[in-house]
Design a protein around this ligand. Structure first.
Ligand SMILES: C[S@@+](CC[C@H](N)C(=O)[O-])C[C@H]1O[C@@H](n2cnc3c(N)ncnc32)[C@H](O)[C@@H]1O
Length: 259
């Protein structure tokens, strides 16, 4: 059982109880990550990865031939680890917060926001701002890929649905007016988090499909492909929201967007 009694923000969570887990991930891509990278990105273009942790994704990109790579994280210790591991010094790592970036307008040709990085932002306005910041730093014609936590899938999963019923009830009893789309992490570093049963912070924000679609459109992106891990496992993303809404959904949501 993981002990996280005094953690109140996601940033604190990554700086402490989740630090070792994400700092020392082996350099490889999951099947879904590999699919979106190989299908939609160009190895020759200037690319930035958001929320890099110990540099797993960006270093894997380097290993498969990407040439011009940048990555950022808001936890300075992650960036220290990532820089140390990058012996050849060929990736530009920096400490940045996705909500407010210091990169120049149109600085990158490709953006990779995987592992649901923006779902760690608890404030709604800040989350919207992070999408706008992504749009700002992307060059016109460039591609951005976002993965987001999928509430619709979680809410219908036989394993999680009872937990959501329990959580709604608990929030009602203790008179807490928090959206059910804010959920505590069930596990820390692979170990059960008892705090999730007590509805303790920090909370991650789980998006409904249409809501996620809307927030990305509001940031001005054109959505060129979308789907969940299920569509990726079939090798076929959708190009419209209406067809995806009729399709089976499993796993996280992925949006491939153009500026
Ligand atoms: C689930 S971990 C993934 C780490 C890495 N991308 C990987 O897959 O191995 C999420 C990462 O996003 C970072 N992060 C969360 N919110 C962030 C923000 N607002 N700005 C920058 N980094 C953020 C965390 O510090 C953490 O390293």
């Amino acid at each position: 059982m993981a002990n996280a009694t005094r953690i109140s923000t996601t940033k604190e969570m990554y700086s402490t109880i989740e630090f070792n887990f994400w700092a020392h991930q082996e350099y490889s891509l999951s099947p879904s990550e590999r699919f979106v990278v190989e299908t939609y990105l160009d190895k020759n273009l200037k690319t930035v990865e958001a929320g890099t942790g110990g540099g797993r994704i960006v270093s894997s990109l380097k290993n498969i031939g990407f040439k011009n790579l940048y990555a950022f994280d808001y936890v300075p210790d992650f960036i220290e680890v990532a820089k140390k591991k990058n012996n050849s010094n060929n990736i530009c790592f920096s400490v940045e917060d996705a909500v407010s970036l210091t990169y120049k307008d149109s600085e990158f040709e490709q953006l990779l926001y995987l592992q649901q990085v923006l779902c760690n932002i608890e404030d709604e306005a800040e989350r919207a701002n992070a999408f706008k910041e992504a749009y700002r730093i992307l060059k016109k014609g460039g591609i951005a890929i976002f993965s987001l936590l999928n509430f619709d899938w979680r809410a219908t999963s036989p394993f999680y649905a009872p937990y959501l019923v329990y959580l709604r009830l608990l929030r009602k009893i203790v008179n807490v007016d928090r959206s059910i789309q804010y959920l505590p992490q069930l596990k820390y570093s692979g170990k059960m988090n008892l705090g999730a049963l007590l509805d303790r912070p920090p909370y991650l924000y789980w998006y409904r499909l249409e809501e996620a679609y809307q927030i990305i459109k509001e940031a001005n992106f054109e959505i060129v492909a979308l789907g969940s891990d299920f569509q990726i496992s079939q090798g076929k993303m959708h190009t419209s929201l209406s067809t995806l809404k009729q399709a089976p959904m499993k796993g996280m949501l992925y949006f491939v967007c153009k500026k």
